[in-house]
Ligand binder design. Structure first.
Ligand code: MG
Length: 423
C-alpha cells in the first residue's frame, strides 16, 4: 500500500487570524508586519491584489497604505499561537497521525484512507471543519510523499479552479504539475540551490525529478538526493530531517502513553525546546518568539479535555538553548494544569532573523549569550558526531514518551466519528 500525506496549510494565516475577531475586516486589504524591521510578513488576498509583495518594508508602501486604506497590524504571536493550536486540535480530531510542521501547516498521514472513500471528499470535510470551528480558510494537497504533498498544496493555492484541494496521488497528474512548475517551488530548495540548478539547465520540477542522483549528491547534498527521491514517490523525509520552514520551527509529538504528572510533561517541553534550538542554530538563525502548547487527546470524548498555549517574546533574539529552555519552561508553568491526561506537547520558535542582524536590546543588561556561542557550537558538534550526547538539565535522555508510530493501529473508523464513509 502506498503512503498518502496531506499538507493542510492555512491561507494568509496571520491576516486570517486578524480578520477572525473583526467582521468589518472581512473584505479589507490587510497586512501584518514583522516586529523587528517592519516588513510585510502576511497579506490578505485583497492586499496581494494591490501588488504588495512579501518582505517589503512598510515605509516603502506608505502611499499605497493610505490610498487604499490598508489595515496594518504588527505581529501578534500570542493570538496566532492560540489560533494555531485550535486549528491543530481540529485536525487531530479528524486524522490519526498529524505532524505539525509550522504555525499554520500540518501533515496528516492518510495512508489507507483512499480505500474508505474519495480523498478529495475527505479533504473537503477537513476544509469545512476548520472553516466552521475556527473560521480560517485552508488549502490541502495530497500525495504519496511530503515533498509532493507540498507541491500539491502549491497548486491548490495557485489554481482557483481547485477550490483549495488537490489530490496528487496519480502519477500522471504529478508529472503534469511538475512539468508546469518552476523548480524553486520545491520544498527545501532555497535561493542558492535554485540559482545553481538553473545554471545547470534545470528549470522545472520535472527536470529536477529526473536529475541523476549521483550528480545531485556531488553538486549539492544528500538532502537534494532525498528531495529527488521524494519527487519520485519514495518517502525519505522523517519529521526530524525534513526541510525546515523559513518562518517557524516546530517540535511537537503525541506521546505513546498519556502523561499526568508535572515533571515528565516538563521534560517533554525541555526536549522539544533543546531540539528546536539545535535546529535553529543549524539554520544560522535566531528567534524572538517562543510558543508552547500542551493538550489532552482530541479523540476521547469521555475524558476531560484541556488545551492551552502560551507565547513569549525574547528581549534579544536568541538561539542559545539555555535562553530558549528558560522561556519554554516558564511558559509551560504558566499553562500547566493538574488533573488531566496529556497526549501532546510542542514548542515553536518564530520571528526569525539572521544572526548577523541581531541588535542588542538597549534595556537588557545581560548581553546576549549568542554573542559568545562557543559552548553551543561545542554541544552541537558532540551531539551531531554520533559519538555521544550532551543534555541540559530537565531534558530526558530517553525518548520513551514519543508516539510509537510503527505500532499505531489503523483504527480510523473509531476516530473519525464525524466522517461519513463514502463507498
Ligand atoms: Mg500558510
Amino acid at each position: 500500500m502506498s503512503s498518502v500525506f496531506a499538507l493542510v496549510d492555512c491561507n494568509n494565516f496571520y491576516a486570517s487570524c486578524e480578520r477572525l475577531f473583526d467582521p468589518s475586516l472581512k473584505a479589507a486589504p490587510i497586512i501584518v508586519l514583522s516586529n523587528n524591521d517592519g516588513c510585510v510578513v502576511a497579506r490578505s488576498p485583497e492586499a496581494k491584489a494591490l501588488g504588495i509583495k512579501m518582505a517589503v518594508p512598510a515605509f516603502k508602501i506608505e502611499g499605497l497604505i493610505k490610498q487604499h486604506d490598508i489595515k496594518v497590524f504588527s505581529s501578534n504571536y500570542a493570538l496566532y499561537g492560540d489560533i494555531s493550536s485550535r486549528v491543530m486540535a481540529t485536525l487531530e480530531s479528524l486524522a490519526p497521525q498529524i505532524e505539525v510542521y509550522s504555525i499554520d501547516e500540518a501533515f496528516l498521514n492518510l495512508t489507507g484512507f483512499e480505500q474508505m472513500g474519495s480523498l478529495e471528499k475527505y479533504a473537503q470535510k477537513v476544509q469545512l471543519a476548520v472553516r466552521q470551528h475556527i473560521g480560517v480558510p485552508v488549502c490541502i494537497g495530497m500525495a504519496p510523499t511530503k515533498t509532493l504533498a507540498k507541491l500539491a498544496n502549491y497548486a491548490a493555492k495557485k489554481y482557483v479552479a481547485t477550490f483549495g484541494i488537490v489530490d496528487l496521488t496519480a502519477p500522471q497528474r504529478q508529472r503534469k504539475l511538475m512539468e508546469l512548475t518552476p523548480v524553486e517551488e520545491v520544498w527545501g530548495v532555497g535561493r542558492k540551490s535554485t540559482e545553481k540548478l538553473k545554471r545547470l539547465g534545470i528549470k522545472t520540477v520535472l527536470q529536477l525529478a529526473q536529475m541523476d542522483k549521483t550528480r545531485a549528491q556531488r553538486l549539492f547534498s544528500i538532502g537534494m538526493v532525498k528531495t529527488i527521491e521524494e519527487l519520485n514517490g519514495e518517502v525519505r523525509f522523517s519529521p526530524e530531517d525534513s526541510p525546515t520552514s523559513k518562518k517557524q520551527l516546530m517540535c511537537s509529538r503525541s506521546f505513546a502513553d498519556r502523561i499526568t504528572e508535572y515533571e515528565p510533561m516538563r521534560e517533554t517541553i525541555c526536549e522539544f525546546a533543546s531540539r528546536a534550538a539545535e535546529r535553529l542554530r543549524g539554520e544560522g538563525q535566531v528567534c524572538s518568539v517562543v510558543n508552547v502548547v500542551i493538550r489532552t487527546s482530541m479523540f476521547n470524548a469521555s475524558e476531560p479535555s484541556y488545551s492551552n498555549s502560551a507565547t513569549a517574546r525574547l528581549s534579544t533574539p536568541a538561539s542559545d538553548t539555555r535562553t530558549i529552555l528558560k522561556a519554554a519552561t516558564d511558559l509551560f508553568d504558566s499553562i500547566w494544569k493538574e488533573g488531566y491526561r496529556y497526549a501532546k506537547s510542542g514548542v515553536m520558535l518564530g520571528d526569525f532573523c539572521g544572526k548577523d542582524k541581531v541588535q542588542l536590546d538597549l534595556f537588557n543588561d545581560s548581553p546576549s549569550q549568542d554573542s559568545n556561542n562557543s559552548l553551543m557550537t561545542a554541544i552541537d558538534q558532540i551531539n551531531l558526531s554520533g559519538r555521544g550526547k550532551v543534555w541540559f538539565g530537565g531534558q530526558r535522555p530517553k525518548e520513551d514518551w514519543f508516539m510509537r508510530r510503527e505500532n499505531l493501529s489503523p483504527a480510523y473508523t473509531t476516530r473519525w466519528e464525524d466522517l461519513p464513509l463514502v463507498k
